[in-house]
Design a protein around this ligand. Structure first.
Ligand SMILES: Cc1cc2nc3c(=O)[nH]c(=O)nc-3n(C[C@H](O)[C@H](O)[C@H](O)COP(=O)(O)OP(=O)(O)OC[C@H]3O[C@@H](n4cnc5c(N)ncnc54)[C@H](O)[C@@H]3O)c2cc1C
Length: 309
């Protein structure tokens, strides 16, 4: 019987692991298919506190894991395939094997929606990115024209944020009005640096031969006309998909599938806690995920202490 099982080894899961391990709970931490989580896919992280020169995303996650292991966390390669949260102890099916747990911390993260273009994949991290807050300030994007793809609140936020660095921000949207809330849409369209490109989709990101983004090819869906736009970066902001399918029907979620926490990190199932991007559709940052992981471990520890009183 495990006292605490932590599902996920991103910033949320590994921070929860550090706290749970230091509380002598000997947590079992399951990596899923992406040990270290999303941050391992990026090169330089410049906004995680404590690293004035920035730190490589992979290295940061290796350090977090070592820190958790130093206090007794057991990090194991394994994917949770099914859960039974109907009554404690909870049962998880991990790569076909049952694991019983008194408490669970869900830290399964969220993935980005992709455009689905081959050139997007080939130029990922070579000018194609999914997070303006993370990458907008990089030198390669400064004083350059940039493209944001999308028309919702996130796309508007990304475009507005990027005006601090870019010479021009082209906002490419498949419709002729933004889906974002009116106030956000009005603010975005009023910005002198933001130029909307309506009724259009990106068909190709240029230029794979040069191994960096130099522009996009865009098709107008009404006229079928194709044009090219020069840019140094493409920020894809067409939404996220939280990794929460496992918990559908067990835990309350919003329309997009983000788990809705109760007080702190609690859920509607006592003993099940949630942390990080799988329950955060607003901030989605390494440091906020880490903070939520800390909160979930403290909540789990207090829950176990109360059970044993
Ligand atoms: C390219 C890129 C660059 C970024 N740069 C920055 C940056 O500079 N600064 C910043 O603050 N943020 C940045 N972010 C955002 C940051 O990576 C996320 O906010 C953060 O990783 C969220 O942490 P998390 O622990 O919630 O989830 P994740 O990091 O997504 O981790 C989720 C974990 O859950 C595991 N998992 C999922 N399903 C299962 C399952 N069924 N069973 C077991 N395990 C499972 C996964 O394998 C993974 O280990 C960036 C993101 C990307 C993609």
């Amino acid at each position: 019987m495990e006292k605490v099982v932590i599902i996920g080894t991103g910033c949320a899961g590994l921070t929860a692991a550090i706290y749970a391990a230091r509380a002598n709970l000997n947590p079992l931490v399951l990596t899923g298919i992406m040990p270290g989580g999303l941050l391992t896919t990026t090169s330089i992280v410049e906004n995680f506190p404590g690293f004035p020169e920035g730190i490589d995303g992979y290295e940061l996650m290796v350090r977090l894991q070592k820190q958790a292991e130093r206090f007794g966390a057991r990090v194991k390669f394994g994917t949770v395939e099914a859960v039974d949260l109907s009554k404690p102890p909870f049962t998880l099916t991990v790569d076909g094997e049952p694991v019983q747990a008194q408490t669970i911390i869900i830290a399964t993260g969220a993935g980005h929606r992709h455009l689905g273009l081959e050139t997007e994949h080939l130029l990922d991290k070579k000018g194609v990115t999914y997070c303006a807050t993370c990458d907008g300030a990089l030198p390669m994007f400064r004083n350059q024209p940039l493209v944001v793809v999308g028309g919702g609140d996130s796309a508007c936020e990304e475009a507005t944020y990027l005006t601090r660095f870019a010479s021009t921000v082209y906002l490419i949207h498949r419709r002729d009005t933004l889906r974002a809330s009116k106030i956000m849409a009005d603010r975005t369209l009023a910005h002198p640096k933001i130029k909307p490109v309506w009724d259009s989709v990106v068909t190709e990101i240029l230029d794979v031969k040069q191994d960096k983004v130099i522009g996009v090819r865009v098709k107008n869906l009404k006229t079928n006309a194709e044009t090219a736009i020069d840019c140094a970066g493409v920020f894809v902001a067409i939404g996220h998909v939280p990794n929460t399918q496992l918990f559908k029907g067990h835990l309350p979620m919003n329309n997009e599938g983000y788990i809705l926490p109760g007080k702190g990190s609690t859920t509607n199932v006592p003993g099940v806690f949630v942390a990080g991007d799988c329950s955060d559709h607003v901030y989605r940052q390494a440091v906020t995920a880490a903070g939520m992981g800390c909160a979930a471990a403290i909540d789990a520890e207090r829950y176990l202490a109360a059970m044993n009183e």
